[in-house]
Design a protein around this ligand. Structure first.
Ligand code: BJW
Ligand code: ZN
Length: 231
């Protein structure tokens, strides 16, 4: 794919881009963790009911992400960013840091990041790579003593910095979406915004996403094979 000097590329990635690095997708492989539906531990209600369970889940996710390595899809996107500079915008739904470890510098994590936590009251995120697997020793805020939670956007919470996302979407000339089922909003609706603007919209993944109808092109295959060839 060739980009012209006036092109601006908006990339949206999802769990499928990290699948080849060994990180489970949400809706693949039964979507279960220790018998819980992932949707049931990634919610404010789960946090209210059992913060120890939620911290065990995110401690495991931290361990898995630390053990994983970026793959060819992450690398292809990092290389495109090097060529395009600030005409490239990478918005990921993923909470792992594999895009950054592949060399991407401008990554927006719309659903938060695994390696930050925040006090439920003070709300300021801070770097945190600890594991909280013992229910008796859950973290508390050094300032106010209230609970510290993962800096993750759960169902019913507003994704981070939607203003910058929609600003970039409004001026993009190409939307490239990879490895996401198109089932979680507002991310699943970005293609509708792009479609209304009449720009090129491309999906990359092994199967059609739920919002396939809105894309101008669907490239079926693993992101590790399709993205390096496409870009
Ligand atoms: C490969 C591959 C390979 C496999 N290569 N590909 C009804 C209508 C509209 C909206 C709603 C509604 N009811 C409720 C809502 C809102 C709700 C929502 O969308 N619910 C749906 C279930 C319907 N959304 C929210 O609550 C969001 N907030 C919100 O709406 O706020 C209100 C608001 C919005 C805007 C303005 C003002 C107010 C928040 C959503 C938070 C999502 N959180 C999670 C968990 C936290 C992060 C974490 O723990 O990691 O985020 S849920 C989970 O889903 C996670 C993911 O980021 C997200 C998306 O999943 P993804 O990435 O698509 O993964 P999968 O598993 O679904 O798909 C993997 C894909 O990869 C598949 O397609 C495979 O084919 C593919 N694949 N191998 C390439 N090798
Ligand atoms: Zn606090």
């Amino acid at each position: 794919m060739r980009f012209e000097a006036e092109d601006r590329v908006f990339v949206l990635t999802g769990a499928g881009v990290s699948a080849a690095s060994g990180l489970a997708t949400f809706r693949g492989s039964g979507g279960l963790w220790n018998g819980h539906r992932v949707e049931d531990v990634a919610t404010p209600e789960a946090w209210e009911a059992d913060p120890g369970l939620v911290w065990r889940f995110y401690s495991m996710r931290r361990r898995d992400a630390l053990a994983a390595q970026p793959n060819a899809a992450h690398v292809a996107l990092a290389e495109l960013e090097k060529q395009m500079g600030d005409r490239f915008y990478l918005c990921t739904q993923n909470v792992d840091d594999l895009h950054e470890r592949a060399g991407s510098e401008r990554v927006h994590h719309m659903h938060g990041t695994l390696f930050e936590s925040r006090c439920v009251w003070c709300e300021k995120p801070f770097a945190d790579r600890a594991f909280y697997e013992d229910g008796a020793a859950l973290p508390v805020c050094a300032e106010c003593g209230r609970a510290v939670r993962p800096h993750i956007v759960w169902f019913g919470e507003v994704p981070l910095d939607l203003n910058s996302i929609f600003r970039e979407l409004e001026r993009a000339t190409v939307l490239l979406v990879a490895g996401t089922s198109g089932s979680v909003y507002p991310a699943a609706g970005f293609v509708d915004v792009a479609h209304r603007r009449g720009i090129e919209t491309i999906y990359v993944g092994p199967e059609e996403p739920l919002n396939a109808r809105a894309f101008s092109e669907i490239l079926l295959g693993p992101a590790t094979e399709v993205l390096p060839t496409l870009l």
